[in-house]
Design a protein. Structure first.
Length: 159
């Protein structure tokens, strides 16, 4: 039996939100169905592919397995808000310039992971990149382009 709906207060992309939902509803579905933020994708539903990655208080988080109740009172950032930050704009420029997206399905999660990585480690090594992106699956195999983009961004490119 589903839990009773209740108001969950959180901040999404800088805006106070108070969706009335079941507390155990995955954050991904609250973002997509209740708040009409569809940039984060459903891939596996088990936190294995990374397509649903968002930031919760700045940390990459798999929204498909995170109950909305767990982010009550926290700040959630989705791909839709990244064009409001200098780093987000630079990452998106790098993606376009280096033709990273092929089918594009995983790219919002990849971009969210890269933004978090570059905030934490401005000049990451290949190992840092691999660790930060482990679990972000790209079925098109764009990993070399993603790594190249991260290194060029770390060197100050795409300003």
């Amino acid at each position: 039996m589903a839990e009773q709906k209740k108001t969950i207060a959180l901040t999404v992309n800088g805006r106070a939100e108070q969706p009335v939902v079941e507390p155990d509803k995955p954050l991904l579905w609250v973002l997509r169905d209740e708040l009409d933020l569809t940039g984060s994708k459903y891939g596996c539903g088990r936190a294995l592919c990374g397509a649903c990655t968002v930031h919760v208080d700045g940390q990459p988080t798999r929204a498909c397995v995170t109950p909305v109740e767990a982010v009550a009172g926290k700040s959630v950032t989705t791909i839709e808000a990244l064009d409001e930050t200098a780093l987000g704009v630079r990452v998106q420029r790098a993606w376009k310039s280096l033709n990273v997206p092929q089918c594009g399905y995983c790219q919002s999660g990849q971009i969210m992971a890269v933004v978090a990585l570059l905030k934490a480690i401005p000049r990451p090594s290949d190992q840092d990149i691999d660790e930060a992106l482990s679990g972000n699956i790209c079925r098109c195999g764009m990993y070399p382009r993603i790594r190249k983009a991260v290194h060029e961004l770390a060197a100050g490119g795409f300003a």
